[in-house]
Design a protein. Structure first.
Length: 255
């Protein structure tokens, strides 16, 4: 090892720590900006509903949405506690993320080795992307029933498309981890809306059928909180492990 390599190795943790600090500050600023924007929108929304500029029956209002959330939290929903419904949706999304990443990555990695299979899989991914995101949720619901299996299958399929494409292109899994989680969450909720007994998608669907706009927005707020929490956790994982994975890949190529 040269003197230059030793200095680089010692400087690397400090550089990474400084980068993490800057990223943390940027994230805090971004969160503050989002909260400020959300508060401004809520104030204008409430004002518009109270003044009659928006029909509260169709658009609800922030005070009614807060009341709906408080009611679900204290009294529960028609399908159980609010925490339980959020847990069902998060669990389906997490399993879909894991299964889809593993299967899609394995298939894409295997096909990448051979030109013919690479071309075939690329064409299949292109052909399936739009139909899969639009219609396969209904097919899984009909084929696999009301249980969590159909929602996990749909979430896995959405994630698997991205994972297979990443593996086919030789991209690291960490580069699209946050996108995969978002797709898994979409798959879980859409599957619940099509056919389910529990979950946030059920609350959304039920609220729509009962013309309960407050319920729709309340469920979306809980869903957004789950999405932000999951995305924040995955962002931390990316910042910690993605640079290391990149360095390992460069080392292996040099060797």
């Amino acid at each position: 090892m040269s003197h230059h390599d030793g200095v680089s190795d010692r400087a690397e943790p400090a550089t990474r720590a400084g980068g993490d600090l800057v990223a943390g500050r940027r994230s805090a600023v971004a969160v503050g900006a989002v909260l400020a924007l959300g508060l401004a929108v809520a104030i204008l929304w409430e004002l518009a509903a109270r003044r009659g500029w928006l029909d509260p029956f169709f658009w609800s209002k922030p005070s009614a949405i807060v009341y709906q959330l408080a009611d679900w939290w204290s009294e529960g929903t028609s399908h159980g506690t609010l925490v339980a419904q959020a847990g069902v949706t998060f669990g389906e999304a997490a399993l879909g993320l894991a299964i889809g990443s593993a299967l899609g990555g394995a298939i894409g990695g295997a096909c990448r080795r051979y030109p013919t299979s690479r071309e075939v899989l690329g064409a299949v991914l292109t052909a399936l992307t739009l139909p899969l995101r639009v219609a396969l949720g209904a097919a899984f619901a009909l084929g696999l029933g009301l249980g969590v299996g159909s929602k996990i299958a749909f979430a896995s399929a959405l994630v698997g498309l991205v994972a297979a494409g990443d593996a086919l292109a030789g991209r690291q899994a960490l580069t699209s981890l946050r996108l995969r989680f978002a797709l898994a969450l979409v798959g879980a909720v859409v599957g619940e809306i099509f056919m389910a007994r529990r979950g946030l998608g059920v609350l959304i669907d039920e609220s729509v059928h009962h013309f309960n706009a407050s319920g729709v927005y309340a469920a979306l707020i809980v869903l957004g909180a789950i999405a932000l929490a999951g995305d924040g956790l995955l962002a931390l994982i990316e910042r910690r492990y993605a640079p290391r994975a990149g360095r390992d890949g460069e080392s292996s190529r040099r060797d």
